[in-house]
Design a protein around this ligand. Structure first.
Ligand code: UDX
Length: 447
């Protein structure tokens, strides 16, 4: 919304949320998300044609077009728990829009949704007794965190699905102010909803595919980076999204694949469901394999050993830790009674601790006192990479922050316990240099 406001100064954009603290933060110099370049975009438009407030009803009444961008987390209860998307928030939005709207509104689904959600949204809107009319569009968002501003300024494509060509055209006109027309694709509603899930499923599948091959590389002496380069030069495969890693994370991939799996099951397509589910199974395997490798390599015990964890965010250039592979690896190591010293340039201590405590929750969301105190006693959060590694037996790199590549590794080696192990879960460190100094280096997909 900030980008639309920036690019279209004559369109007033009201961002509303029920959460006052979050709105206050959007109105301050301390935005609630870290995203390179976002501050400047918000600063340019805020107060001009971009406002943030909790006045939801006023904003609904004043607008011609309403974007629903609430979250659709995986359901944790009832039918479809652990797989289906929780549509509670979408439905509440639709009901509120129906209740207070006047005249004609275009309602745009920005949240990622299961196919045919627009049908439910339409029915709820039509139940409005106020004599107003609605068009429902699907306009999924393809930006990636860390590169959001670039992705919004120059997207590969914008996708708009809808039944009313006039409504589709109005939204296309907004994006058309800065995006070439040939990159604005229009489809029917269901194709648009499904394309978002499919794009994420394909992207995640590529990561799981190269990660599956990384296990074979470790077993055979092949090098996964060399294999990725070799296959990536085939123009049909392409070089992007082939970086073997400790596993994918983030708020989208796992959630959207599970959602896709649930949809396939719902429509009786059991084999299709199983096929896509394997992408998540492989990702879980990759995260588990990484922590097991640490334990096995360190003489089958990490109990009471200090391990430096470099990076906690699910990827670089973000402070987002949702589904970060670091959470799973740290939980496994804590279960082995390791002492973890965690450093991430953007993730604050409180967030690290609450993610780790949640990682020990049972099916009903409860965390035992024992696990809580394990996190309290065995986890410290460091202020930089050097102090995290001091007197550590090992370093595990879990996020590919650029700053980890520029450290004085000799200085680090001199302060560590011997043998000094490095487990590079992102293949970003200079292996030869580390080995020369005396580190024992274990990378993903390398012997
Ligand atoms: C993703 C999609 O890219 C985006 O289009 C969609 O709108 C939202 O979901 P995001 O989750 O922000 O974006 O990050 P992305 O760059 O896709 O990375 C996802 C995860 O995969 C990260 O944990 C990343 O480290 C991992 N990854 C990515 C790899 O392990 N290897 C790769 O080659 C690429």
């Amino acid at each position: 919304m900030a980008m639309i406001a920036k690019q279209c100064p004559e369109i007033p954009v009201h961002v509303v949320d029920l959460n006052q603290a979050r709105i206050d933060s959007w109105n301050s110099d301390n935005l609630p998300v870290y995203e390179p370049g976002l501050d400047a975009v918000v600063r340019e438009a805020r107060g001009r044609n971009l406002t943030f407030s909790t006045r939801v009803n006023d904003a609904i009444r004043d607008s011609n077009m309403i974007f629903i961008a609430v979250n659709t987390p995986t359901k944790t209860f009832g039918i479809g728990a652990g797989r289906a998307a929780n549509l509670e928030f979408i439905e509440k939005c639709a009901r509120q829009i129906a209740e207070v709207s006047e005249g004609h509104k275009i309602v745009v689904e920005k949240s990622t949704l299961p196919v045919r959600t627009a049908e439910a949204v339409k029915r709820i809107l039509q139940s409005s007794s106020r004599g107003c009319s609605f068009d429902v569009l699907s306009n999924p968002e393809f930006l990636a965190e860390g590169t959001a501003i670039e992705d919004l300024l120059s997207p590969d494509r914008v996708l708009i699905g809808g039944e009313s060509s006039a409504a589709v055209q109005r939204l296309a006109d907004v994006y058309g102010r800065w995006i070439p027309r040939e990159r604005i694709l229009t489809t029917n509603l269901w194709s648009s909803e499904l394309s978002k899930l499919t794009a994420n499923a394909f992207l995640a599948q590529r990561v799981s595919s190269i990660n599956a091959i990384s296990a074979l590389c470790e077993a055979t002496g092949a090098d996964v980076d060399e294999v990725a380069r070799a296959i990536g030069t085939d123009s049909r495969i392409g070089p992007k999204f082939l970086r073997a890693s400790v596993g994918f994370g983030g708020s989208c991939f796992q959630k959207d694949i599970l959602n896709l799996v649930y949809l396939c099951e719902h429509f009786g397509l059991r084999d299709v469901a199983k096929y896509w589910e394997q992408v998540v199974v492989m990702n879980d395997y990759q995260k588990r394999r990484f922590s097991e490798r640490i334990v096995k390599t360190m003489f089958n015990t990490v109990s009471d050993k200090k391990i430096a964890i470099w990076g906690f965010a699910f990827k670089k250039d973000t402070n987002d830790t949702r589904e970060s592979p670091a959470i799973h690896v740290c939980r496994d190591l804590l279960n082995e009674r390791a002492k973890l010293c965690i450093f991430d340039p953007r993730v604050p201590e409180s967030q690290v601790r609450s993610e780790l405590i949640s990682a020990f929750a049972d099916a009903s969301g409860d965390v035992s006192l024992k696990d809580r105190s394990l996190v309290e006693t065995n986890v410290t959060v460091a202020r930089d990479s050097y102090s995290a590694a001091e007197r550590a037996h090992a370093i595990a790199v879990l996020t590919e922050w650029d700053e980890f590549k520029q450290l004085d590794v000799q200085r680090i080696y001199d302060t560590m316990m011997q043998p000094a192990f490095v487990f590079d879960g992102r293949n970003i460190l200079n292996r030869n240099r580390l080995t020369e100094i005396g580190f024992e280096v274990h990378s993903i997909g390398k012997h």
